[in-house]
Design a protein. Structure first.
Length: 713
């Protein structure tokens, strides 16, 4: 491609020069000669000249402005009549022929393996699909597709100029690159082009769409569209889609089912009821039906009847291992390489998953959730990673993938409130700003007010106040009020910035949040939380989660390969050490959790933190050693509160975490925490305390009276 560009530029320069010379020569040839001006001479010379048969002709040089005019004329001539046709010819030579649309493509199966070479899943376009004529596609499905995708399908020449102009305005104004694609363009993109988002690819798409409409009738194009466009999963074409989603022939689909299928091709992984957003299809179906009504394809009564119909989806019929993980990897591949390439490109994907560990973790989650139904919790999830390199070793997205649509939901990638587990960000930011583990905090009643907003009075999990605990004690026992007071001191912007640096990708402008964010009011994903806690496990270095070891294409070419992860330093090593030391201090957390809680693993030093969201809708436990991190969640997918008797750290997620971490630590020596060079020790508040060098004399180390919780007023 670089050679071609260099060649074209060279040809352009040469042609411009040739054109300039050509125009210059022609104009010079037809130009009248210019005689030398008369001048006074001696008589003898005038007589001598008079006797000559011819008079000398003198051609004077062209003025610079005239030369510039000729050069511009030559350049324009070359551009319009030589270079542009040549460039367009080269462009056409590089395009696939739309004639191949009728021949189809030979798909190759993409295979996803675990780290040991065990086949987890095969992604492919169903080669046993039945190509059906357009007259077997229900009229409602044809109308629904045209209504939502291309209302002027029967009028345009393959592309919609007005839609392209609108998308260009959006693109050039800084918005996300948009398409304005017609049905013909979508067919071209799906069957002949790559999914890259670029102006060049869009131009190719438009040219091929225009070309295709010269070769085929509208009926033929619509028929090819319904047989070649992907509808998600292994469903290529409406016949396979009808079978996969509803277990019936396409010709038997009713209006509600047709509207559902018409909305799928725009984003199959988003609108599929088996994807990461299993309820979004309903909104899309409603958009399709509304568009049909507006265009006169159906009546308002038909629209309402279709919306009221309850669709019954057929469960995916596919043998697979680690289903939530492979669907997560599949979605990552689609976002990067495009659905057609993933389902037809014959990729070999070696992942980081450890299938034996995955199956053990799945079993533990299922057993513990079943044991704790009395707590009004119905689901659980866990994520096991290696913080050193971002490997995903196990991903259990729910207690049972086969448990209907609810089981299909992958909680590890879903937005949930993290509760107090997010306090690691609060105290990491606080210690970075001069707080110490021995800094005395205030755990007494407080109310915050701001104009135009309701007052906010945080309360502790146990409903009591604990006087003036040290930061170590307040953090280890997860007292809420000191955390809110601390956030109020350091500021929400500093907290949000610290969270983003450590791996939170779902937070936006700090102005959107209040002080309750330190108690988990802002939603996060478990994947992000493993990155955050991985920073602590890596002594301040952030390494993002990456489930891919290596990807090769159908020809054996390596598309990507995981190299050594260097990571990015986002937290001072000393700060990370102090956080780790507090979270592994079993004595410090004894006030709320006791010394024999599931957070304690005998003979091992394991930092761990719990979190329970407001009204006990989400319950978390996250703990780690240097090369293993385990995050666990329990709750209900629909957000219903769990039992109010659930005790954070004692029941819920903690027992699952304890079983998994104990299994991982079996036979391994304890990994002691080693203080970095910028840490100093000092006897403070009756114990040997750790300080960032330079902060050891900023606190009063006189021992305080023992804490005696006071009831709330």
């Amino acid at each position: 491609m670089n050679f071609l560009r260099a060649f074209i530029i060279t040809v352009l320069i040469v042609l411009i020069a040739i054109g300039d010379v050509l125009i210059y020569t022609v104009r010079s040839f037809f130009r009248f000669p210019t005689r030398a001006p008369k001048e006074k001479m001696p008589r003898l010379n005038r007589i001598s000249n008079h006797k000559r048969k011819t008079k000398p002709i003198v051609i004077f040089p062209f003025p610079f402005v005239l030369k510039l005019k000729y050069f511009a004329t030559g350049a324009l001539f070359s551009l319009l009549f030589v270079f542009t046709p040549l460039l367009f010819f080269i462009f056409l030579q590089d395009l696939p022929s739309p004639k191949t649309l009728v021949l189809g493509q030979i798909p190759q199966t993409t295979k996803i393996y675990d780290r040991n070479g065990t086949l987890l899943y095969q992604v492919y376009a169903d080669q046993n699909r039945t190509v059906i004529p357009l007259n077997e596609v229900p009229k409602n499905l044809q109308d629904a597709t045209i209504a939502i995708e291309d209302k002027d399908f029967y009028k345009h020449p393959g592309f919609d100029a007005s839609a392209i102009i609108r998308s260009l305005i959006t693109n050039f104004s800084g918005g996300q690159l948009q398409g304005g694609s017609t049905i013909t363009q979508q067919l071209i993109k799906s069957a002949l082009l790559t999914p890259e988002t670029s102006i060049t690819r869009k131009i190719r798409e438009i040219v091929l769409a225009f070309w295709a409409e010269r070769l085929f009738t509208k009926t033929q194009i619509l028929e090819m569209y319904f047989n070649q466009v992907p509808y998600g999963g292994t469903a290529w074409g409406v016949e396979a889609a009808a079978e996969n989603y509803f277990g019936k022939r396409a010709k038997d689909l009713d209006l509600a089912e047709s509207a559902f299928l018409a909305g799928i091709p725009r984003a199959p992984s988003i609108y599929s009821p088996f994807g990461t957003t299993p309820d979004l299809w309903k909104k899309r179906q409603s958009e399709v039906l509304s568009r049909m009504k507006d265009l006169g394809y159906i009546t308002g009564e038909q629209k309402n009847q279709a919306l009221e119909e309850e669709l019954v989806f057929r469960q995916p019929q596919m043998p697979l291992h680690a289903p939530h993980f492979v669907m997560y990897v599949r979605d990552l591949l689609i976002k990067k390489y495009g659905l057609p390439f993933v389902e037809r490109g014959g990729l070999t994907v070696m992942t980081t998953l450890d299938l034996p560990l995955q199956e053990k973790a799945q079993k533990i989650v299922a057993e513990e959730v079943a044991k704790n139904t009395y707590l009004n919790l119905t689901n659980g999830a866990t994520l096991i990673t290696n913080p050193k390199n971002g490997d995903v070793l196990a991903m259990v997205g729910s207690k049972d993938f086969q448990d209907g649509i609810s089981g299909n939901v992958n909680v590890t990638t879903s937005l949930r409130q993290p509760g107090s587990s997010i306090k690691v960000v609060t105290y990491a930011a606080a210690i970075s700003k001069g707080f110490t583990a021995a800094t005395i905090l205030d755990d007494s009643p407080v109310t915050y007010t701001s104009p135009g907003a309701p007052s906010y009075s945080p309360i502790n999990y146990d409903g009591k106040f604990h006087g003036r605990p040290s930061l170590r004690i307040a953090f280890a026992n997860s007292f809420n009020i000191p955390a809110v007071r601390t956030l109020n001191q350091i500021g929400i912007p500093a907290f949000v910035e610290q969270g983003k640096k450590m791996g939170i990708t779902t937070w936006r402008d700090p102005k959107n949040y209040g002080l309750s964010i330190t108690l988990g009011a802002a939603e996060v994903t478990m994947l992000d939380m493993t990155t955050v806690y991985g920073v602590l496990a890596n002594n301040g270095v952030r390494i993002d989660v990456n489930p891919i070891l290596k990807i090769t294409d159908g020809k054996g070419n390596t598309l990507e390969k995981k190299e050594k992860a260097d990571g990015t330093g986002v937290l001072d090593e000393g700060v990370a050490f102090i956080i780790n030391n507090i979270l592994s201090d079993n004595q410090a957390r004894a006030l709320e959790f006791g010394t024999n809680s599931p957070l304690n693993i005998p003979n091992h030093t394991v930092p761990v933190k719990t979190g329970t969201s407001d009204n006990k809708r989400d319950n978390w436990t996250i703990g780690y050693i240097k090369d293993r991190l385990v995050a666990v969640w329990v709750g209900n997918n629909n957000g219903m509160p769990m039992s109010q008797t659930l005790a954070s750290g004692i029941t819920g997620a903690a027992p699952i975490w304890n079983r998994i971490m104990t299994m991982l630590l079996e036979g391994k020596p304890s990994q002691k925490l080693t203080p970095p060079a910028d840490i100093v020790t000092k006897t403070c508040l009756g114990r040997t305390e750790y300080f960032i060098k330079g902060t050891e004399n900023t606190v009063n180390c006189t021992p305080l009276p023992s804490l005696s919780p006071s009831p709330s007023p």
